[in-house]
Design a protein around this ligand. Sequence first.
Ligand SMILES: [Zn+2]
Length: 119
Amino acid sequence: MGKVCFHCDKDLEGRTDKKFCTSYCKSSYHYQKNKENEDSLFQKIDRQLKTNRKILKEFNKAGLATVRKEKLLDKGFDPNYFTHYWKNKENKVYLFCYEYGFMNLKEKYVLINWQKYMG
Ligand SMILES: [Zn+2]
């Protein structure tokens, strides 16, 4: 019949709008929730980077390729997620997902592989 604490499941007495038995339970509960949100953001980014890497690898078997953007985007590629970038002598910026890079070229991507000299 009575309500129980959100954190420890103890019966709550008194005010019916209470959600926690103590302020300790309240802060523990919010701490845990925050942590879960951080974890899920981390996992989301992690998953997208790995997906991007897989797609770039798949389309760049030769080490250099030019591919229409839709082809990658259709597979789930998201250009907002990358691990680092490299600028070439012409100041063109390649974005990388680990060892596979891409550069925006109007409706296409130029794909390259990471090379030692880029470091
Ligand atoms: Zn409690």
